[in-house]
Write a new protein. Sequence first.
Length: 364
Amino acid sequence: MQSIKSTALEPTAVELESMSLPQKIGRLLPVYGLPLCTLALIVIFSIALPNTFPTMLNLRSILGDKAIIAILSLAAMIPMMAGRIDLTVGYGIVLWHILAIALQTQLGIDWRIVVVIVLLAGAFLGLLNGLLVEIARIDSFIATLGTGTILYALALWYTQGRQVVGSLPHGFTQIYAWMPFGIPIAAFYVLILAVVLWIASEFLPIGRSLYAIGANPRAAELNGIPSRRFIIGAFVVAGALGAFAGLLLAARLRIGQASVGLEYLLPALVGAFLGSTTIKPGRVNVWGTIVGVAILAVGISGIQQIGGAFFIEPLFNGVTLLIAIGLAGYSQKRRGRGARILRALNRNAHVEEAARKVSTEGKP
């Protein structure tokens, strides 16, 4: 059973040529509306808060704090490309950051080995999710909700409600704390990851295959695409990225506790869903996801600096998620209408071409 449909809504050149200027603006607004809204928020908050918002300190804070959410959003995006959803990106980070700290402080394992262990554990979780979805044929929402809840229970059992503390090696903490060129290293992780996923999703067969599976699994199978293999692989990559986010969280907090981590689930999903409403509306995409996370980061930062209450962030995330899902559904409806218009234009073009041929052949 599919949890999410993956379709595209990019306006074509043929479609735009036949439209008036107001129609073109209306057609392009869903594509570039969210980035423009993000820029507008930046300008508004910079004018309203000239001493705090447009500063290097605030930029570092936004990039450092939201990098983990961006990585989780990109991780959630990968199964969404194939029409599936992975809730363990939020639940898993709870266990992964505790595991990373416990292995070092309580077992004395070298931090480099710990990084490998946690990444492999995350990939194994993704493999388990993929098997449950594709072999056991459990809906991805239910399967990942179940495995995620088990991970959270394991974190609670291990910590017994207490914090996991201890001295962490400098090399481990630097994977988050290092600031090359005055920019948090986590921002560079996001940039590199986004470029790699963009190339894979837009220019390589693996990305086109995942989109094909998300749009029409049956048609993908008939065209020789091994859907099961690609979907399981998508969950494995998502699991590894979720584990990487857990490592960054451990290096940032330097303590482990089961009460930390679940708050990342909602903004991560919001970022991925928002990503399906911009750049390439109607389907999840890398740069749309980055824009989705950016507008959340800018909006929440500005509201908090204005003096918003403590509950503003979850409220903002929840409302934005509802809006994102609504826009995604609207984009898919617009795609259907756009496809009908394109087919009509193609038919008209064929009719005109046939008429020209008949006219030419009829001349002496």
